[in-house]
Design a protein around this ligand. Structure first.
Ligand code: ADP
Ligand code: MG
Length: 702
């Protein structure tokens, strides 16, 4: 796949130039400089020779056997040239030229022509508007980048050409080797998915790293990524471009979730590690490239200073990794060569005056310890230490081991040479203990992905017929924003408990409804024009007798009318008051690209303010639903604080799974919230106190 791009027999540069400073010149020079083995043919009708190479007037005049054309001519000439390449039997083209869809309407038309030319001629096209590609295995530098990386097993895909240059600069400085670097530009033909697939089959690529701004076909990309991440790790930065449409959300879930959140969910579901920054991207890439996978979570810290040791220990515990405990046998071994004042418990402090060899010995002994799965080595440049020798000793102690080791030499000038030694020997170095921990954690996340059990989606027995009826009826009436009652009809068909309620149109009716339900009661305004009832004074809780009910009715009608004179008021709902339980929100919004996204979090009227929420794509497994809980602070509240009882987490997870099932069963549901869903620790009940569902106009495809 894409062999002609990565290992062409011969390369032609169409639009080659003899003027230094021109892209057409850099391309020829770059190709020649790195020692690419095959012939390089410049194409330019106005010259005979460039950099000592014979120049050809046009594509037709080229010798046979060219696999790859690098095209750097004015945009309007590109489509025709691609057709010529096709006729010449050139199977691959990198279009460096800009001036396509990135410049607006005329460019978009040209890009369409380029697309047609690529399809019609059978030539695969990378770009346009890209920096080119580098393959260090074949010493192919088909780019106009100013730098060339060392050989390595990290392959990089970037949607930004400028960032390719930054990444190269950075990789060169930090001795990070690349296998391939591919600038994808406008992706008229070859896109991120094609490349990820090609790289998954590439024996020289161990880690796939990418910077993406958009993804052509989200669900399809996810399926490919899921397959590839089982073989090799993919880590991506998804740059925040504009949110997909600014659809007006009528639910809490819809207003909080955005396209970025959907990508995050999709990446997680397909095993892609998402990096929050370029720095993190390469932090992760290095550990995956250089080190074996983490088999367990127990981390030991070796240090020559107490403070950084504690920083690392804190970071380990905050990250979800475990702080290893050191066995008595290992402690004895350490004592045999460490000074008496050294700390042989984790973090292992070999003391500030420890010589370089002691670093090596200590790391070796710690790697032998069965209770340790990974090691962080910290060094502060204290007076006595030979930093470079320490680096060499650490490298020696770790080479060929099956446990990952990372280092953090904390400082600047005094540690820099030591760091270079680590980097050249493929021992990941991080400027801070926290970043070292983060990298190890990412390794453990990937292992968790590899080992995850098969996904099983539980199906609950529900009443789909009833839901179908409610939806059809609402569509017929044009009630796309369903009120509390209709929403609850749907939820009760999916197994949710609902508080008893009755509609009342007058104060008298309210009082008699309350006496049937039993005090205390809640009163809520009923209007098709009001989405958030509390906002307009349309909710009154804790009404304890007929008099407060009566007063409340009058007051509510007046107040709501004052605030929203145009709203149609149909009366009030008198509702059983659910006194027990903690308030959570469970909701769903449908992302245009990735489908239903589920939300869990702290419920009540402050959802948007506190935003203590987590998301996952539906359909969801029981484990994933539990993961959603654990990701929030609300989880701690549900566990019970200050002597409160914990609620039944399985029950909460079940509620999320039921919403997931509802969202999958009824694509007409655009968004919904249960807010609050009251979870009681005592009776282990989940009651949908308030609910909102928005449906689409199109009738059921079921
Ligand atoms: P809205 O979200 O439209 O403002 P809700 O029905 O969610 O209206 O009511 C607002 C708040 O009132 C809820 O978050 C909850 O704290 C409380 N509440 C509403 N109904 C009940 C009920 N039946 N039992 C107990 N508390 C309730
Ligand atoms: Mg509510």
């Amino acid at each position: 796949m894409l062999e002609k791009f990565f290992n062409p027999r011969a390369v032609a540069v169409i639009g080659a130039s003899r003027k230094e400073g021109k892209v057409g010149y850099s391309l020829i020079k770059n190709l020649m400089d790195e020692g690419f083995g095959g012939p390089i043919y410049p194409v330019n009708p106005n010259t005979n020779e460039i950099l000592g190479k014979r120049c050809y007037p046009n594509v037709a005049a080229l010798p046979d056997g060219v696999d790859l054309a690098v095209v750097v001519i004015p945009a309007k000439l590109v489509p025709r040239t691609i057709e010529e390449c096709g006729r010449k039997g050139i199977g691959a083209a990198i279009v460096i030229s800009a001036g396509f869809k990135e410049i607006g309407e005329t460019g978009r038309e040209l890009e369409q022509q380029l697309f047609n030319a690529a399809i019609g001629s059978g030539v695969r096209v990378l770009g346009p508007n890209c920096l080119g590609l580098i393959n260090t295995q074949s010493k192919l530098n088909a780019s106009f980048a100013a730098q060339y990386p060392e050989n390595g097993d990290i392959s990089v895909i970037s949607q930004s050409g400028a960032l390719c240059a930054s990444m190269l600069d950075w990789a060169v400085r930090n001795h990070i080797g690349f296998s391939k670097l591919i600038s994808i530009g406008n992706k008229v033909d070859i896109d991120e998915e094609t490349l990820i697939e090609a790289l998954s089959e590439d024996p020289h690529t161990k880690v796939i790293v990418g910077y993406l701004e958009d993804i052509v076909n989200g669900p399809h990309f996810m399926r490919t990524a899921e397959r590839v991440t089982k073989q090799k790790p993919i880590m991506l930065i998804k740059a925040g471009t504009t949110e997909a449409g600014s659809k007006a959300a009528s639910s809490h879930t819809g207003s909080i979730a955005g396209a970025q959140m959907a990508y995050q969910c999709a990446f997680r579901r397909s095993g892609i590690l998402q990096a929050p920054s370029l720095e993190a991207l390469f932090d992760y890439a290095q550990i995956f490239s250089y080190q074996p996978l983490l088999k367990g979570k127990r981390i030991a810290v070796v240090t020559n200073a107490g403070g950084p040791g504690i920083m690392a220990a804190d970071a380990v515990e905050n990250s979800g990794l475990l702080f290893a405990s050191i066995s008595a046998a290992t402690k004895t071994k350490l004592h045999s060569f460490l000074p008496a004042a050294a700390n042989v418990a984790n973090p292992i402090d070999i003391l500030g005056d420890a010589p370089a060899e002691v670093y090596g010995k200590t790391v070796e002994v710690i790697l032998d310890e069965e209770g340790v799965d990974g090691v962080i080595v910290l060094l502060t440049p204290q007076a006595m230490i030979d930093v470079e020798e320490a680096a060499r000793q650490i490298v020696k102690a770790t080479s060929g081991r099956e446990k990952p080791v990372v280092a953090s030499f904390i400082g600047a000038d005094r540690v820099s040479k030591g760091i270079t030694i680590l980097q050249k020997n493929r021992l990941p170095h991080y400027p801070t203990p926290e970043r070292a921990v983060e990298a190890l954690f990412t390794l453990s996340e990937y292992v968790k992905w590899l080992e995850r059990p098969r996904r099983v989606i539980h199906r609950y027995a529900v009443n789909t017929t009833k839901v179908d009826r409610v939806i059809r009826l609402s569509q017929k009436r044009g009630h796309l924003n369903m009120g509390e009652q209709e929403s609850k009809d749907i939820l009760s068909a999916y197994g949710f408990a609902i508080p008893q309620s009755r509609l009342a149109r007058t104060a008298d009716e309210s009082v008699s409804a309350a006496s049937v339900i039993g005090y205390p009661v809640v009163m809520k305004i009923v209007s098709p024009d009001i989405i958030h009832k509390s906002d307009v004074g349309g909710v009154k809780v804790g009404l304890t007798g007929p008099a407060p009910v009566r007063d409340s009715f009058e007051l509510m009608m007046m107040r709501v009318h004052e605030r929203l004179p145009a709203a149609r008021l149909q009366g009030v709902l008198i509702q059983e008051m659910i006194t027990e339980g903690r308030e959570i929100i469970v909701g769903m919004t449908r992302d245009p690209q990735f489908g239903p996204m589920l939300m869990f979090g702290l419920g009540g009227i402050y959802v948007e303010v506190l935003r203590d929420v987590s998301f996952q794509l539906a359909p969801i497994t029981a484990d994933e639903a539990l993961e959603m809980l654990v990701g929030t602070k609300t989880y701690r509240l549900l566990q019970g604080v200050r002597g409160e009882k914990s609620v039944d987490m399985q029950l909460v997870a079940e509620c999320i799974q039921r919403i997931s099932q509802l969202a999958m069963d009824f694509p007409q549901i655009e968004e919904m919230d249960i807010n609050p869903l009251k979870i009681s620790a005592e009776g282990a009940s989940a009651v949908a106190v308030d609910a909102r569902i928005r449906i689409s106009q199109t009738s059921s495809p079921l």
